[in-house]
Ligand binder design. Sequence first.
Ligand code: GLA
Ligand code: ZN
Length: 679
Amino acid sequence: MMKTVIHKLPKLLHGGDYNPDQWLDHPEVLAEDIELMKKAGVNTVSVGIFAWASLEPCEGVYDMDWLGEVIDRLYENGIYTVLATPTGAMPNWLTEKYEEVRQMGSSGVRNLSGKRHNFCYTSPVMREKTKKIDMELSRRFGKHPGVILWHISNEMGGNFTDGTCYCPLCQEKFRQWLKNKYKTLDALNTAWWTKFWSHTYTDWSQIHAPAPHGENLLHGLNLDWKRFSTEQLVDFYNEEVRAVRTNSDLPATTNMMGFFKDLDYCKFADSIDIAAWDAYPEWHSQKDEVDIAVWTAALHHQFRSLKKAPFLMMESTPSITNWKVNNIQKRPGMHELTSLQAIGLGSQSVQYFQWRKSRGSFEKFHGAVIGHTDHGNTRIFREVSRLGKRLHDISDEIYDTCNQPKTAFVFDWENWWALEDAAGPKKEMAYVGTFLSHYKPFWEMGIDVDVVPMEDDFKDYQLVIAPMNYMYKPEYAEKIRRFVREGGTYVATYFSGLVDDTDLCFIDRQPLDDVLGVSCEEIDSPNEFYKNHILYNGKKYDTGDLCEVLKVADAETLAVYEKDYYGGYPAVTVHTYGKGKAYYMACRTEEAFLKDFYGDIAAQCGLENGLTDRLPYGVTVSRRENDEKALYFVQNFNPAPVTVWLKGCFENIETGESVSGILQMSGYSCVILKKQIER
Ligand code: GLA
Ligand code: ZN
């Protein structure tokens, strides 16, 4: 049975960031907001995210009565509070008095006061001031019946000048961290291969964080600096959680940012009680919505996989953002569809940035539920309210279900860092794009996936796909060997298994050679004048900009290159190992190949969506389930109506009607169908 994390409000949450500290001298605003929240079916708001200056107007003087009044009034009206710690933005009194709290860029220049996410994670002053205000918030509100969850800081690591803070305190802490990790300089020098170019360190003090005007080509240093920075943030997060827990046992989370390269989000998994992310896809930015829906779905899968449990979509916009090239309005219906897409992929919430538009400053034109004019009488308000009602009505049916995929993608931050720093065979290795192109066929087939780091045990899966898994962390190869031996299907691609976790190349053999039955002799990055093809099942597909020349020890060839000096050489192979199979894809290809190939793999593994054999273009399905039932979220991302042919009989959970044969769907819509699971 699924574990409920937010005990006080076990429901789908609807609401979002609420920043009432902007309107304290207009008490009528709070009254109007509460009325409109009730109309819009809002049951939860996140309060206090950037409110440090209002909560502690000068050093050590707390003014939290206004916040108490807001939380009380909301609660009296059935609206719960996600209470934030205010470290996302610092007050001027703090940054002006103690310069060490401000980040320093990699050039050695310290940031001035202002902006957001501008604080040093190492600074003892910052940690002390944070602890004090967090403890005060806990003392005042940690047991308030209306507060359900701690929202620690905001988008940690976001808006960095250079990816992180490079101040002397951080650099010194980095050296300590390295001493702890390597114990001796000899070990560090070997791991980072410093003899090349005469970069041997003879004293710990010679080590500096990577910088554009300094060392930035030692791959081991680059990797360790990123690992250190992640650990610093996790540590900062943990310290904030300890402070808010001094008078509270509420769960805690922090809102994350999608494919955010600087921070290894998987390292937060043990610290957070529930995963949360801010989803701002660029809907309507392309000829159709498919690739954007794929991007968004992949990230919902990713954040659900952090805890392998439902997550929160902590922010989204009901209409537009203000920071894209074009901020295009969600077309009618899109908001409801994309919100239900999140729910269908495991979100327990639809939350917005922000409830009411700011009057001034940077986000005055960012979309919000309540605009500057017409308040409750706008298209956006009506669409949000309609969704609010829908979420309220379906909440009980959905709440204790979750997606339970049998397919996993290995997507690993450390691999991402190392791969894109590899310096060859191509300038842009495009890890995220490659992962998305391999995931897309699964979206098109309506098959849910998990997205996991190399540390996973892979026990829940039948199929594991690891695109461009360049780095093998310790034990990875052994886990995959066991997985395949015991009957799993594994797919590896070009540029995999080349280095260990310090980015040192494996010598003599790739650790999974025996499982894959092939090894790579050469990798070619052809340009447009050397375009090639592969031949697979009688069809011809374009290859891309990475092509390996393989040596086959013991594998069956499924596809061959068409021409050039490796014409006729294997491009896709399979090797039976123990009870399982290991596939190897030697080259990048056009999308059509991935679609056909993964269609064949899914069929062999018996993976299907359980709803239909024929999903029309732009339509997908995701499945949340528990022991008794499966819920199918059928999503039409086309503006036009479509027909879906169903396998079997289902119940529409909203109308109660039974549906079989044909499902008619309008443009930009989501239908939720149920099937009881027979034991
Ligand atoms: C981020 C922040 C919010 C807001 C939105 C705007 O997600 O967390 O405070 O700035 O972006 O899209
Ligand atoms: Zn610092």
